[in-house]
Ligand binder design. Sequence first.
Ligand code: AVJ
Length: 318
Amino acid sequence: MLKPEIDDGQASLADPQFRADVLAGLTRRPRAIPARWFYDHRGSQLFEQITELPEYYPTRTETALLHDLCPELRRLAGPGRAVVEFGSGSSTKTPTLLRCVEPAAYVPIDISGDFLRESAQALSQAFPGLPVLPFEGDFTRPLTLPGQVADLPKLGFFPGSTIGNLIPLAAVDLLRAMRASLGEGAMLLIGMDRIKRPDVLLPAYDDAQGVTAAFNLNLLERINRELDGTIPLDAFRHCAVWNDDRARVEMHLEARRDVSFEVDGRAFDIAEGETIHTENSHKYGERDARILLRSGGWTPVREWTDDKGLFAVILAEA
Ligand code: AVJ
């Protein structure tokens, strides 16, 4: 999940998209900033810590599932495919999958090139003889994959329930783009977090040690650092809520008091109790997950879940 950053403390070198998203997000009502901006260097470190928290079940549950499903996945997806991973391949999940399916090539796709090449190099060292072909691009749109894998059947890999960050409309668009990128005969292995009791869901997003709170508040620190912000951090508190109507955990930053600050030379006033919405994490029941996949052009083939039904890994075909 580590993403590179340009951090020399000069607001003038901040990502223009970050600036645009923050200024627009603080202006609109309700206020909202896209979750992708959590992942500067510090944010990526904090996310790594989140994945190890006792309350944060998704990572360890999915990792265990990937080990358990291996024999069956090998039968269903077979060796000799090109594994195409959407997002960085830095986690321990990627080696687990690559050892299992024995692909003919591995194509990690990410928008941020530096980090992509770094993690690709680590993987090529761990898998000598496996062609690793990092591909820099925006996978939310249909892509033309490297020529070397053109004739290989693909196995897409989208772990972590990252799909949950997207509202259903955007999730369906993404699944369709993946189908277009992967082509005929493709399969997709995707992780989705299940709907469950809020007393299990919410602590995963509001842990006792306060790591998730620090992760959320780091967004404000990043704004201060990269966009010349004067946001007093003590004026905001982390909050996680279950939105039952929309089947998602939402993270917000709530103003503890009336607060005024500047970002990039623009003034903002936020009233006590008002929030900045920073993340959605959509959860999918068994049928919800299948409908979502079918809406995106994928036919579910097999799904695996842990004995508590916390998390699902689903194999689908184009
Ligand atoms: C990386 C999007 C899967 O939604 O569970 C973890 C991010 N946010 N704790 C998730 C996250 C707060 C995570 N995803």
